[in-house]
Design a protein around this ligand. Structure first.
Ligand SMILES: *Cc1c(COP(=O)(O)O)cnc(C)c1O
Length: 468
């Protein structure tokens, strides 16, 4: 009986031709190219057929099917990559795209985006130029390095440096620095990939200068220091003084390399945690440092290699360089960001630094602005309060710094905090929040003024629809 009914329903599915003809008379569908239209109609009919076979009740009238076709076009027109509002308080949120660009960086990207540019063209000589030339001078001026190079990201930078300077040789690393960061970047694995051999020295908590010294052999290719990124070893610990380590490397004619991870170009210290700057590392005697373009530097994705001209020169000739080269959009954004450091006041102009430096008063005022705007929700039984919060730098920087912040905590009346969190997330412009103890928390540290207004507007809308 059921099987008969299913057969009957399948037979009554309108023919493709009929749907195509009907679509041709509909204004909202006429506009699409014919082959695309036919393809979407086929998809809709196929899906309806499958649903009928699974026993679902489907409206297979021509208007209903054409509405589905229109929905398919609309879904295809929605970008997958969209902006979100970051209310998590994590400044360098890797899942949310790390560093937002500065105005200068954005305008640099826009300029090269749709036209041609002198990416690898030397305007003065009219000959082929180097893509690296656009930012090397700025990098050297800012950091004090002799030369520099930039690749796709810092992971690639580390790989290139190790492969270029120590392939087939031994690289000495402290046991306290065998780091894993997000996305399965593990120092021992990267070393293996580069063709170098890891020589671990010292212990998890203590490594001394003599540990490095005793490990040096005829086969040593480099000494590597790694920023421990997302953790800190505290208590009974020791690491050799960087100056002494650099003298040791010099005595044995070995390159001393540091993967700085985040790498800041301005001195940063918050809540007892301090990030060593790129300038400091180079000044104390590291021969090569590598760091990310989109962590504390606040630019686009990129891996910056800075240091001695002799070593950079070797890396420039490495065959791997072509495979990990940086593209013109990232390069433009990085140049714009470096200009912020040279021409402006980076703490004002570079969004990441700006957000890290927001004062308590400023953060309180922002939280109050949001709380005031959503005050009407209190009448519908929602609970709203301004709370002291702790935000994080993220991006493997300042791992133990607790950045005192402010935000708004919302308990949505009869609804659960989880339900509100979902409502905030599954929209065209999602708002990403934290949920804690049945409260939805909006940390205002990473929110712009327009984010605050938009968030208030959306909360009022959501409460209207939820309380209906
Ligand atoms: C983040 C980080 C990297 C990787 O940098 P990407 O730019 O994300 O590739 C490498 N090493 C350390 C120590 C890091 O913190």
């Amino acid at each position: 009986m059921d099987r008969e009914l299913t057969k009957e329903r399948l037979r009554s599915l309108p023919a493709i031709d009929r749907l195509v003809a009907a679509a041709g008379c509909k204004n909202d569908l006429q506009q699409f190219p014919y082959p695309l239209l036919v393809e979407k109609i086929r998809q809709v009919v196929d899906e309806a057929r499958q649903k009928i076979q699974q026993g679902e009740v489907v409206d297979i009238s021509v208007p209903a099917l054409l509405t589905d076709v229109l929905l398919k076009f609309e879904a295809a027109a929605k970008p997958s990559l969209r902006t979100v509002i970051n209310a998590t308080g994590v400044v360098l949120h890797t899942n949310l795209g790390r560093a937002p660009l500065s105005i200068r960086a954005k305008s640099m990207v826009e300029k090269v985006l749709t036209g041609y540019c002198n990416l690898e063209y030397n305007i003065a000589s009219g000959e082929r130029g180097s893509r690296y030339s656009h930012i090397v001078k700025r990098l050297c001026t800012i950091t004090g390095a002799e030369d520099a190079l930039v690749v796709n990201n810092n992971a690639a930078a580390v790989l290139l440096v190790l492969s270029g300077l120590a392939k087939g040789k031994e690289v000495i690393v402290s046991r306290g620095e065998l780091v894993e960061i997000g996305g399965a970047f593990r120092v021992p694995d990267v070393l293996r990939q580069s063709g170098a051999q890891l020589i671990e020295v010292g212990t998890t908590n203590k490594t001394h200068l003599y540990d490095y010294e005793q490990a040096i052999s005829l086969n040593t290719g480099a000494i590597l220091k790694v920023h421990t990124s997302n953790y800190k070893i505290v208590g009974f610990t020791a690491q050799p003084d960087s100056k002494e380590l650099s003298l040791l490397a010099r005595r044995h004619n070995l390159p001393l390399i540091e993967d700085l991870g985040s790498g800041t170009l301005v001195p940063l210290s918050f809540g007892g945690d301090r990030e060593p700057s790129v300038q400091e590392s180079l000044a104390v005697g590291f021969d090569i440092v590598t760091f990310s373009g989109d962590k504390l530097m606040g630019g686009s994705q990129g891996g910056i290699i800075a240091g001695k001209a002799e070593y950079i020169g070797r890396l420039k000739k490495h065959p791997l360089l072509r495979a990990i080269r940086i593209d013109k959009l990232s390069l433009a954004a990085l140049e714009g960001t470096l200009m912020d450091y040279q021409l402006g006041n980076p703490v004002c102009d570079v969004p990441v630094l700006n957000m890290l430096h927001r004062t308590q008063e400023e953060l309180y005022d922002r939280a109050k602005r949001l709380a005031d705007k959503i005050r009407p929700l209190a009448d519908t039984g929602w609970n709203i309060s301004i709370n002291q919060l702790v935000s994080q730098a993220g991006g493997g920087a300042l791992p133990t710094a607790a950045l005192p912040s402010y935000g708004v905590a919302v308990t949505p009346g009869r609804y659960s905090a989880a339900a509100l969190e979902t409502q905030l997330r599954v929209r065209e412009n999602p708002i990403i929040v934290r949920v804690q103890e049945e409260k939805v928390i909006f940390d205002v540290r990473c929110m712009t003024d327009s984010d605050l207004d938009e968030t208030a507007k959306i909360l009022l809308e959501i409460s209207k629809s939820m309380d209906q």
